[in-house]
Design a protein around this ligand. Structure first.
Ligand code: HEM
Length: 445
């Protein structure tokens, strides 16, 4: 019988619960919870929202896999529905299953491999614009590149040119929505508070832009090789297709989920490499040996183990998605405790990826070598989960890993980055942003 007591956790105040410590430093808050209270702890957002933090791989597996059908996405993810609509990240139940089935073929490995030349060409186009000695924000540069790749592969579109403004609006919309996360009281979006009016304006703008992407893609006489064309053509086994609204929500979701996370993974990787010249030297040696100065083809990707190890280690230390959550749809058991219907369970990549039981003795250290001796096979499955797991595992993981490896090897053979600051702070929003974009100088090799 599960215990009706709550797992241990910090006390918090009557009304705000633990919101204040959370708002002060989210990552530190989660790390301290795990360190002080163990594999399953509990805290409160506001007077009523009870949250468990699960950080043992078996507990994570139970939530994401074994009991997946009794959980839905958590309240924080639902907060993003004004932007993401009922797309794959936010939808639930039979509707989600149908959309996932319709989308899945477009993400099969064989299909994803077709996008490699686009990734290489757009990376080379970026390199042609770069000049040695230029000061850049690493996050902005790779955000622009992965956005261009997403537009081309998802919608068959060339970068419309006003991308920077669009991405700024996107970030603004997400910051506004994330701001709701920390508030004790949130008015529904239809209440015209100044905050809500700003959110609604930003969302309306984003929708217009994405509708424009879709209209341009549809206006083509021949359906392209892009994901959108495939989604439009996709049929469920009963012969039904997606409606216009569904296509818009999926397009917005895939564009967003499909570029910012990979941009962050690359930005954090370059930051770590700039701080670990030994690892960078080994990478350059691997590329010289296998590629000899040319961009990698999909066949080369099997022969770049150190490149894979660098990406795996960078996603361990700075996971672009650092927290996922689920809400129980009925009373459940977890780690001997009762998870009541409506309770939220958080699982944090930031915390579990630093657990000394799996990544000790120095879990904070960036050491790609740890992945070269079969660590991935020895680890409990959910000690490392940069792409989540279970039925809601990231649909774009093959796409992302291939894109990140191609970009890393193509850029890294021509340029390196010198990062002037010793430490770059983290800014955990929906994804793990670098606090100041990682300012660096381009140095030709
Ligand atoms: C390094 C890059 C990426 C990381 C770290 C990442 C991480 C994740 C994680 C952790 C989830 C699960 C969220 C949850 O369980 O609540 C997820 C879901 C998802 N990701 Fe990714 N992702 C990446 C790249 C991509 C790309 C390139 C695409 C598309 C082109 C994509 C599309 C999606 C979608 C649609 C979902 C929702 C799937 C569903 O619920 O059925 N992601 N991602």
């Amino acid at each position: 019988m599960p215990s009706d007591a709550l797992p241990p956790g910090p006390k918090g105040t009557l009304i705000a619960g633990n919101l204040r410590e959370f708002a002060r430093d989210r990552l530190d808050f989660y790390v301290k919870l795990a360190r002080e209270y163990g594999d399953l702890s509990s805290f409160r957002f506001g007077p009523f929202r009870r949250v468990f933090l699960a950080n043992h791989p078996d507990l994570i597996e139970q939530v994401l896999v074994t009991d997946a059908k009794h959980y839905i996405k958590h309240f924080g993810a639902r907060n993003y529905m004004p932007v993401l609509g009922n797309g794959l990240v936010t939808s639930e139940g039979d509707f989600w299953l149908r959309q996932r089935r319709l989308s899945q073929p477009a993400f099969l490995k064989q299909r994803v491999l077709d996008y490699a030349p686009v990734m290489t060409d757009l990376t080379n186009a970026m390199l042609a614009r770069w000049r040695t000695g230029t000061a850049v924000s690493v996050h902005t540069e790779f955000g622009a590149l992965t956005s261009a790749i997403a537009l081309k592969t998802l919608f068959g579109l060339d970068d419309p040119g006003d991308r920077a403004a669009f991405v700024e609006r996107l970030r603004a919309a997400f910051l506004l929505l994330t701001g709701r996360f920390e508030k004790l009281v949130n008015f529904p979006l239809w209440v015209p508070t100044p905050h809500n009016v700003r959110i609604r304006r930003a969302v309306a703008h984003l929708r217009r832009v994405v509708d424009g992407f879709i209209a341009t893609a549809r206006a083509r006489k021949e359906p392209g090789n892009d994901l959108l064309s495939r989604l439009v053509a996709a049929q469920d086994h009963d012969g039904s297709r997606m409606t216009e609204d569904q296509i818009r929500d999926e397009a917005m979701t895939l564009y967003l989920a499909g570029h910012e996370t990979t941009a962050l993974t690359l930005a954090w990787s370059w930051f770590l490499l700039a701080k670990h010249p030994d690892a960078e030297r080994k990478l350059v040696e691997e590329w010289a040996r296998v590629l000899g100065g040319r961009a990698p083809t999909t066949d080369d990707l099997h022969n770049l183990p150190y490149t894979d190890a660098v990406l795996a280690e960078s996603m361990r230390v700075y996971p672009a998605v650092y927290l996922i959550g689920r809400e129980a749809t009925k009373d459940l058991e977890l780690g001997g405790y009762r998870v009541r219907k409506g309770y939220t369970v958080f699982m944090s990549q930031w915390v579990t990826h630093r657990d000394p039981r799996y990544f000790g003795p120095d879990p904070d250290a960036f050491r790609p070598e740890r992945w070269l001796d079969g660590l991935a096979k020895r680890l409990p499955k959910y000690a490392y989960f940069p792409f989540g797991g279970g039925p809601r595992v990231c649909i774009g993981n093959t796409f992302a890993l291939m894109e990140a490896a191609i970009i890393l090897a193509t850029v890294g053979q021509r340029y390196r980055f010198t990062v002037d600051t010793e430490e770059v702070g983290t800014n955990p929003q929906i994804t793990l942003l670098p606090a100041n974009g990682i300012p660096a100088t381009l140095q030709a090799r």
